[in-house]
Design a protein around this ligand. Structure first.
Ligand SMILES: Nc1ncnc2c1ncn2[C@@H]1O[C@H](COP(=O)(O)OP(=O)(O)OP(=O)(O)O)[C@@H](O)[C@H]1O
Length: 248
């Protein structure tokens, strides 16, 4: 469904994403992880249309999408959340969801009906008429997911939707993502919460210093020495230069 082919993104002299290739198949939940500054958000932004790659291609359902605007990729069925929830301060939860619903539904009544459905699906049904400013962090994250769902996507890109959530809230979010997948959505999520990634992902790709260093089943990836070194640094007492995949 999503094919990222040797994508590089440079900011001046800095290579934020370095020739990364990654495929996400229909119905999969794929996690994109890596230490701070690894290039996750940059790759995510390239996929979602915030900015074009310096090199490489991104295909969604076979169609080239690199360089397209976020609203264009969204129209094609690829929707994203933002790391910092973009709530509209003056709106209610329902109105905020409705903004996304208008993408494919012109009539107000149809957009509202979809918004009610989506709000219920993410557990915000009771908060439909609540101002977005009154939401808790966990509810704001759910609203962010709801706003992407309202665009009726085939695939969603989730950016740090577990950040700031407590254990119970993380589990509720995991349940939500599983439910979405069971309903046919494909999911790519960028996440710092490794235990959440381990619990939910069919496959995990790991970035370090912009390059992909691993891609596979979660348990395999977590045991990969290069991944361990990227997160924890090289084993104590060894010369960094001798440590394959070290974080030097
Ligand atoms: N707009 C930009 N201009 C210049 N450099 C940038 C820009 N965006 C990101 N970078 C740099 O690119 C590199 C990758 O950053 P990125 O935010 O993609 O990493 P990340 O894996 O998402 O990190 P984190 O987990 O901390 O969010 C970093 O060195 C960062 O400073």
């Amino acid at each position: 469904m999503l094919e990222i082919d040797t994508v590089t993104k440079r900011f001046g002299g800095l290579v934020a994403v370095d020739a990364v290739s990654l495929t996400v198949n229909e119905g999969e939940i794929v996690g994109l992880i890596g230490p701070n500054g690894a290039g996750k958000t940059t790759l995510y932004n390239v996929i979602a249309g915030t900015f074009p790659p310096t090199e490489g291609t991104v295909r969604f359902n076979g169609r080239r999408i690199e360089g397209m605007r976020a609203d264009e990729t969204c129209t094609l069925g690829l929707a994203r959340t933002f790391q910092i929830p973009h709530v509209f301060a003056s709106m209610t939860v329902g109105e905020s969801i409705q903004v996304g619903a208008f993408l494919h539904r012109r009539r107000r009544s149809a957009a509202r009906a979809l918004s009610l459905e989506v709000a219920a699906a993410v557990g915000l049904g009771e908060r439909f008429d609540t101002p977005t400013t009154a939401l808790t962090t966990a509810e704001r994250k759910r609203l962010e997911v709801a706003r992407t769902l309202a665009t009726e996507p085939q695939m969603i890109l989730l950016d740090e939707v577990m950040a700031g959530l407590n254990h119970t809230e993380v589990n509720l979010m995991l349940d939500l993502v599983r439910t979405l997948r069971d309903r046919g959505l494909t999911v790519l999520f960028v996440e710092h919460n490794l235990s959440a990634v381990m619990k939910i992902c069919d496959r995990v790709a790991v970035l370090d210093h912009g390059a992909k260093i691993a891609d596979g089943l979660p348990e395999e990836v977590m045991e990969n020495p290069e991944v361990v070194a990227a997160y924890l640094g090289p084993p104590a007492g060894r010369d960094v230069a001798e440590t394959e995949g070290g974080n030097a």
